[in-house]
Structures are given as structure tokens and as C-alpha cells.
Design a protein around this ligand. Structure first.
Ligand SMILES: *Cc1c(COP(=O)(O)O)cnc(C)c1O
Length: 496
């Protein structure tokens, strides 16, 4: 029943939405996609009068039809009610003619909350209705995902979560956000090593058959909170429609008129959610894909060649420091006319050679919907300064990358464009204070206070609270001991 999701690399692998959410990734390494996506139609006119949560219910019901109406309602309520510091969840502010959709009003002050508040709710329902398994979530993080996943899964029934982060590889604020997490089902552990060490070892744990067999005896499975899970992607479709509604209500456009969206991009998850909304009937002309100096996507969108054999830069927009954008695979699937064999071939080439080239026809079709631009750290800082001076609005570095690309693109197309703001400037205060006021701080909290004072804005409570919060997670281990750590975590958290 309801086997409507298939692997991008093999259409014979089929599963229901609930199974796809529980598994995260298909057994052949492909990503789960809704084959009939282009046949779905949003009730757009009706949606113009809906609240964010009503919209979320509508979108989830369409894309996850094996969830009952009651289940969807409860998931939406548990994910969003009283969890965001804006009643709109993702408010749209028109700042001197520039519409900015603020996606950072959730518990961790970055857009990942929108997906990661919802994924655990969906997973919990899937567990109950499939076979009562318990799920242990394993995540390696370089910063933002870890905390958003911890907040999302904390105290969710039938789940527990273990997050590994590189001891010297995250910012002080990011570390504090993670190690102060409460909840009886959360574990946070630093490892001696870098992010790749953490990531590689988490992948090894997922492949360890002995551990999986042992866990299976206790009816426990491993899963991940990675952005390739459809349960993280689908909730993000909602805010594109919400932004459109706000554009109409705030008299920026007439109903039915096309708009553009500019999206600061790393793994292609966020912008792909927008494309889903377009496939389902949202009037969007184009998506502007904004990258930092790791501009592999920008090159791809120009010449159709994806080539990640290039230097990796650490930038002031670290959440976009990515060379392999996993979710692009889903776009290629749809744009190739759902040719699973072709996707399999491209992904093999990427793994073996580090690059692939798409056909001229596919390239053109992608370019109809997407434009790629990028921005250097210098330009990013200049943009943060300029926008503050001209408009009194404080951008975080990721959003500033988007702003710069949007401004550049505007010269060739004056379609109204909504800029997605992916993080609160208070999450990256040091870079922001330096950009606007040329001041450097050694203490993050002093820096936050200074930004608040000078710009007459408020430090988000969840960040200012960190100064006083108790440190609850102290573990630091060698990477060789990660598997043992997970085994002990399972015993501890599921009481087996
Ligand atoms: C994760 C992240 C991004 C990139 O989003 P993708 O879905 O990976 O493209 C951009 N900005 C911020 C602040 C993020 O945390």
C-alpha cells in the first residue's frame, strides 16, 4: 500500500512515505523521491487564507498520504506550537522594498529548525504504525545540524539521539548550544579529530552488521537526521507558499503573479524544497542559488559540469562550506525525465572521478528554473555593512551571500524576489560585528551584547541563555571508541 516513493537510482525500490522517513536513504544509496510529484496540485487560492500551520497540514497531507489527518495535525502541532518566537513561524519582512523571509525564529536560530522540529514527529508516528521499533539517531555535525537535531529529537518517544562533533572544529557558541542540551534521550560527544573523522566513523557504524544485528534483537534501528531524509525536506516546502501568501497580503504582488526566490545554498535541500512547491503549482519563475567561495553549484548551473575536484575553503558562512550537494540528485532525477539508470551513472561517475556532465537538454531545463551566483568573504562583509548602513537591517553572513547574488541578478531580471534568511545574525556575531563596526571580540557574549546595543536589536533568548546554562555533556573520546560509545548509549537511553 502507498509505495509511492522510489529510489532515484532504481525505480524498483519502492516504499511508503513512512518507510522512507524511517530509512532515510534507499539501500542502493539513492535518495527517496515522490515519483508523481508533478501530478500534485496545491489548492493555492484556498491556501492564501491559511495560517502557517494550516499550510503545513495541507502540504504534508499531499506529500505524505499514508499519515492520517489526525497524525498530520498532531505532528504539526508538536513541531511548531510554542517552539518559534514568531506566531508566523517564518515571518516575511519587506525591508525597504526587499522582501526577506526570516527562517531563523526556531529554538536554535537557524533555518534547519523548520525541518528538524518536524522530522522527529514524523519518525515517531512512522515507528508506531510500522512495527514499534525504537530508533537511535546518529549524527556527525560541523555545527548547526547537531543542535537542531538534538532539540528536535529531545524527549520524543521511541527515539534517542547521539551527536558527535569535532573537539576543535565547532565555534564556542555552537559547542555551548550542544553540550547544554537537556532531555533523557540525548547524548553529545566530542571526538579528537576533525569533522571528516566524525562523519567517516558514523558511516562505518551504520555499516556495522554485527551492531545492527545486536540492536535488531532489541527491536532498535539506527537512522540519521541528515538533510537527505524526506521528513526534513518536505516541511521546508511550506515556507515558500507562506512567503507567496505574504507577498500577496502585503501587496507586493497580485495573486497569480510569478516571483523569484534567492536561497543561500549548501546541500541543495532548502532550494529543492522550493522547486517542489513550484512543481506543485506555486507561481515561481526562477530560484537564485547563492554560494560562497565553494562555488561548485554556480559552475554547474553555468556549464552543466559538476566537478568537486577543487580546493575547499573555510568561509565566514560555514554552513555552506560544502562541495558535494547531495540533494541535487533529486533535481537531476526529475529533470532527466525520471531516468533512474542515468542518475545511477552520474552518481557513479561522481564517486569514481569526482565529476559528471549532464546532457545539453537537461542543462537547459535546469537553467530555466535555476540561476547560480556566488560571493566572496570580502563581498559578503561589505554587503552586511552596506545593508545595515542603508536599511538598518542586520544580515547574517549566509543571508548576505544571498543578498549579493540577488542584487547582481536583479540587473537582468526585475521580477520581485524573496530572499531567504537562513540564520540569525546573532549566531555569527563575530563576523557581523567585524563587518559592520570593524570591532573584534574575544568573548562571544560581550560581542552579542555589543551588537544588540549598537543596532538596537535583541539577542535571541536561546543564545543569551547559554551564558548561564549548565554544561550537561562532558564526553570527549577517541574516534576508535565511537562504536562502543553508541552501544553504551543504547543501553543507557533505551534501558535494555
Ligand atoms: C544548512 C544551512 C544552509 C544551507 O542549506 P542547504 O539546505 O544545505 O542548501 C544555509 N545557511 C545556513 C545558516 C545553514 O545552516
Amino acid at each position: 500500500m502507498n509505495k509511492i516513493y522510489t529510489s532515484t537510482r532504481n525505480k524498483n525500490i519502492k516504499c511508503s512515505p513512512k518507510e522512507a522517513i524511517l530509512k532515510g536513504i534507499a539501500e542502493d544509496g539513492g535518495l527517496y523521491v515522490y515519483d508523481g510529484l508533478d501530478q500534485l496540485q496545491l489548492p493555492l487560492a484556498d491556501m492564501m487564507n491559511m495560517s502557517y500551520t494550516q499550510m503545513a497540514e495541507t502540504v504534508l497531507s499531499l506529500l505524505l498520504p499514508d499519515f492520517s489527518e489526525e497524525e498530520v495535525k498532531q505532528c504539526v502541532q508538536d513541531a511548531y506550537e510554542n517552539r518559534f518566537d514568531s506566531k508566523d513561524i517564518t515571518p516575511l519582512h519587506v525591508v525597504n522594498d526587499t522582501p526577506i523571509l526570516e527562517l531563523f525564529h526556531g529554538p536554535t536560530c537557524a533555518f534547519k529548525d523548520v525541518g528538524l522540529r518536524m522530522l522527529p514527529q514524523l519518525m515517531s508516528k512512522a515507528i508506531t504504525s510500522l512495527n514499534q521499533q525504537d530508533v537511535m539517531i546518529l549524527t556527525a555535525t560541523s555545527g548547526d545540524t547537531g543542535k537542531a537535531a538534538l532539540e528536535g529529537f529531545k524527549d520524543v518517544k521511541h527515539t534517542a539521539i547521539t551527536v558527535f562533533y569535532p573537539n576543535d572544529g565547532v565555534s564556542n557558541i555552537q559547542r555551548l548550544q550542544m553540550v547544554t542540551t537537556t532531555g533523557a534521550n540525548t547524548k553529545v560527544c566530542a571526538i579528537h579529530g576533525n569533522f571528516d573523522d566524525a562523519q567517516t566513523n558514523v558511516k562505518k557504524i551504520f555499516q556495522n552488521q554485527e551492531l545492527k544485528n545486536h540492536l535488531a534483537k532489541h527491536n532498535i534501528v539506527l537512522s540519521s537526521a541528515n538533510s537527505i531524509n524526506i521528513g526534513r525536506l518536505i516541511p521546508q516546502v511550506v515556507y515558500y507558499i507562506f512567503a507567496y501568501k505574504e507577498m500577496v497580503q502585503q501587496k507586493q504582488i497580485a495573486f497569480g503573479e510569478e516571483i523569484n526566490f534567492c536561497v543561500p545554498t549548501g546541500n541543495y535541500g532548502n532550494v529543492l524544497a522550493g522547486y517542489y512547491a513550484k512543481c506543485m503549482g506555486l507561481p515561481v519563475k526562477r530560484f537564485l542559488v547563492a554560494s560562497n567561495e565553494n562555488n561548485v553549484l554556480c559552475d554547474f548551473l553555468k556549464d552543466g559540469i559538476y566537478d568537486c575536484r577543487r580546493p575547499f575553503y573555510k568561509t565566514i558562512s560555514p554552513s555552506m562550506d560544502i562541495l558535494i550537494s547531495s540533494n541535487l540528485e533529486r533535481l537531476l532525477y526529475y529533470k532527466s525525465g525520471k531516468d533512474d539508470g542515468y542518475i545511477q551513472k552520474l552518481m557513479n561517475e561522481l564517486e569514481i572521478k569526482g565529476s559528471y556532465k549532464v546532457s545539453e537538454e537537461i542543462k537547459k531545463s535546469i537553467q530555466d528554473d535555476f540561476y547560480g551566483g556566488y560571493c566572496t568573504d570580502e563581498e559578503c562583509k561589505e554587503t552586511i555593512r552596506k545593508v545595515y548602513m542603508e536599511k538598518g537591517y542586520v544580515l547574517d553572513p549566509h543571508t548576505a551571500v544571498g543578498y549579493k547574488v540577488m542584487e547582481e541578478y536583479h540587473k537582468q531580471d526585475d521580477t520581485p524576489c524573496v530572499l531567504l534568511s537562513t540564520a540569525s545574525p546573532y549566531k555569527f556575531t563575530t563576523a557581523v560585528m567585524e563587518a559592520i563596526f570593524n570591532e573584534t571580540y574575544t568573548n562571544d557574549f560581550d560581542c552579542m551584547d555589543a551588537l544588540a546595543k549598537k543596532t538596537n536589536t535583541n539577542v535571541p533568548k536561546s543564545l543569551s541563555m547559554l551564558k548561564e546554562a549548565n554544561i550537561l555533556h562532558h564526553d570527549v573520546i577517541h574516534k576508535e571508541n565511537m562504536i562502543e560509545y553508541v552501544e553504551n548509549g543504547v543501553k543507557e537511553m533505551f534501558h535494555d
